[in-house]
Design a protein around this ligand. Sequence first.
Ligand SMILES: [Zn+2]
Length: 300
Amino acid sequence: MKTPTSTRREALSIIAGGATLAFSPACLANSKRPLSKLRFLVASDTHLGYKNSTSAEKRWIQAAAELKLATGDLVLHLGDIVDGGREEQYEVYLREREKIGKPVYEIPGNHDPLDLFRKHIRKQVDVAVDHEWLKFVLVSNAHTDSHDGFITDAQLQWIESQCVAAKKQQQYVMLCLHVPVHSNRHPDRGWHVKPEHGQTKLYDIIERHKQQIVAMFHGHFHNGIRGWKDDDGIHEICLPAVLYNLDRGLEKQKAAGYNPLEFRPGYTKVTIDKGLMTLDYKPLGADVSINKKCEFDRDG
Ligand SMILES: [Zn+2]
């Protein structure tokens, strides 16, 4: 697994029965003040009502039960709560969400019509959530009639204002958008925010504020953990889907970026401590406590 686009060495650990990746976001390495250890959880792509069967509901029931027990202060859901805008499924989603017993913050995906998201999830769609020293900036960038992402000028302005506010508050920013911003093509899915749909302007904002921005999180890809890091960029990472994940053979085909070989349905435990961000991919129902860990260094 070699990524020619990155200069910084990072550790990647693979655990049999899960994938754990450790990153060192540049902005945290430069932090002048000690930052408390943060732990939170990330779910994505529950697609309730998928194929009009109860399989997605069963996965979500299991995921919610595991999220309840997992250590983490809050849960992010990175979009595609229901499948194909099935309105009655928001009730199913909320019923299990209640049981998690932690704050849950969603962003809409291309399967979540905005009017339904506003009605069932949250009136204000784009929001910033402050958690200790980290500001989650949650942005709706999906349209129901496209797999690509779109960021309006008004949203770009708002994102930049959040970066400015974070700096004033001595906070860092985690950008969360359903559709990845990073360009990608076959063997990847190819879906992203095209330059004219906000990609160029968002990268300009990231360049201006990268001393505040930890990483970008996305859903949408159903490819386990699939990420990229350009030379001067931040990590842009699609996180595992709860419903299903597919192996697209990206590592075999030497696609740019990283995609550890774990594709079971699951969620992610995120820990940020002492400048290191760890993503721990938890397959649903897997007992990872008995697995052996092997580690190796890579360019990532
Ligand atoms: Zn999607």
